[in-house]
Ligand binder design. Structure first.
Ligand code: ADP
Ligand code: MG
Length: 434
């Protein structure tokens, strides 16, 4: 019988031209054949991440080739190298990223689709597209979620890469400690040899010159070695008091924002969260939360958890009445400030038409467009039902409102200028119009 070594050499020769050269070098070459008993073969790899990765990507192929070469149905087990006898094999690194923050459970909608796509691209080709990537938004809109999703994805698909997530506070503290205990070298080794660095909430570094300087040099080293850096913040780079040099660097890459979710996205998020929590929410409760909690997804999650806890404790099923009571303070915090009338006034001002024209029957294109925009905003910014909106627009029926809404939504999705116009009007209306 042939030796395991010989058989394994044959397998690698067959696989080499058939798999991605990078995968071949990084994952298949490090494999060491260990044992062959009957139709069982054991292969050894440097650590658990290789095991997981190979099991999901190449186990079947390896098994098939081994079976073909040996002429019998082989079963392959891939195991991590263990510490004993190997002179200090590397410890198995465990995944440091939050396992609830994945691409799979990130609901994609109009406001976050660009950020999501950029994050995915970065995880697929670290250091090669969008470097640095800078994502900003108000609180609770998924920045940290996306950073961890990049981390999780890269950690699982590229066991060979060194990836770190750090909040700006942690970075600052580490930096201060490193000076106090004269361990600057250690800090540099830690951050400047990474393949992917994820820095959360850089706005907290505003004004911290020494820390910013360290971050700047860290960034430069990584960037010059084509290593990926991703930053998040609550504002655009130019609006934070950061090192000018760093701000310029941010602009070399891709700067994108996440906008608050529209009503459809909020509904999708509520449905996805309640499903993963195993909570059953009647449609009218989903609508209630979606209409009232507009600007923070963490608040949406809080509402669902609270409701489900209350239902469990009281042993009742969730109803609209219960939701109103249990969530009264959460819902109260975000009561709508915008009235349909304010929206109408804002739109009239912008399009320079009169209220009478907006509510009238005229079909001139700029007037109909203004009307559709106002309907769209009314649906997004107020609690009003479609029928009520129709009534406020000179007694139109709800299908006219839906038609107008859909038309503007499509425009916003297709055309950045229209998207910008709508968010400007949204802000204007929210701040009282004019
Ligand atoms: P930020 O860092 O922008 O303040 P987070 O990433 O902490 O926001 O998000 C707050 C919560 O909302 C998290 O639990 C996150 O999982 C959830 N979340 C945010 N955006 C989405 C989304 N698009 N789909 C599903 N959950 C989301
Ligand atoms: Mg965050």
């Amino acid at each position: 019988m042939e030796s395991l070594e010989t058989v394994w050499n044959q397998v690698t020769n067959i696989l080499k031209p058939r798999v991605d050269p990078y995968h071949f070098r990084s994952y298949l070459l490090p494999i060491r054949p260990q044992a062959w008993v009957g139709n069982h073969i054991v292969l050894e790899v440097p650590n658990q991440r290789f095991v997981d990765w190979l099991n999901s990507a190449y186990l079947e192929l390896i098994q098939t080739e081994l079976s073909t070469i040996t002429g019998r149905q082989m079963k392959v087990r891939i195991v991590p190298r263990n510490g004993n006898g190997n002179g200090g094999a590397p410890a198995i690194p465990s995944n440091p990223f939050n396992n609830r923050y994945l691409y799979e459970n990130f609901v994609v909608g109009r406001g976050n689709s660009t950020a999501y796509a950029a994050a995915r691209a970065v995880a697929e080709h670290p250091g090669r597209v969008y470097n640095p990537l800078y994502i900003y938004s108000a609180a609770g809109l998924g920045k940290t979620h996306l950073l961890h999703a990049i981390g999780n994805d890269t950690f699982n698909s590229r066991p060979d890469l060194k990836i770190a997530y750090v909040t700006s506070e942690e970075f600052t503290n580490e930096f201060i400690q490193s000076i106090r205990y004269e361990r600057s070298e250690e800090l540099r080794n830690k951050y400047r040899n990474l393949d992917v660095l994820l820095v959360d909430d850089v706005q907290f570094l505003a004004g911290k010159e020494a820390t910013l300087n360290e971050l700047f040099h860290t960034f430069n080293t990584l960037y010059n070695n084509n290593k990926q850096v991703v930053f998040t913040s609550d504002r655009p780079p130019t609006e934070i008091n950061l090192d000018e040099r760093l701000v310029t660097r941010f602009e070399w890459g891709l700067v994108i924002d996440i906008q608050p979710p529209d009503i459809e996205t909020r509904i999708a998020i509520i449905e996805s969260k309640s499903e993963s929590e195993g909570v059953e929410l009647p449609d009218e409760v989903v609508d209630l939360i979606a209409q009232r909690v507009r600007s923070n997804i963490r608040t949406i999650e809080g509402a669902i958890l609270r409701l489900s806890a209350f239902a469990a404790i009281s042993e009742k099923s969730i109803t609209l009445k219960m939701a109103r009571e249990v969530l009264s303070n959460i819902l109260g915090r975000e009561t709508p400030k915008v009235s349909i009338e304010t929206i109408q006034r804002t739109v009239c001002n912008h399009f320079e038409i009169s209220m009478k024209q907006l509510l009238g029957r005229g079909r001139k294109s700029n007037i109909s467009f203004a009307r559709q925009v106002a309907m769209y905003l009314s649906r997004n910014l107020t609690d009003s039902k479609l029928g009520e909106i129709g009534l406020s627009f000179g007694g139109r029926d709800h299908s006219t409102v839906i038609h107008g809404y859909n038309k503007v939504r499509d425009l916003v999705e297709r055309d950045p200028d229209n998207a910008a116009l709508i968010s400007r009007l949204e802000r204007l209306a929210a701040s009282g119009g004019e």
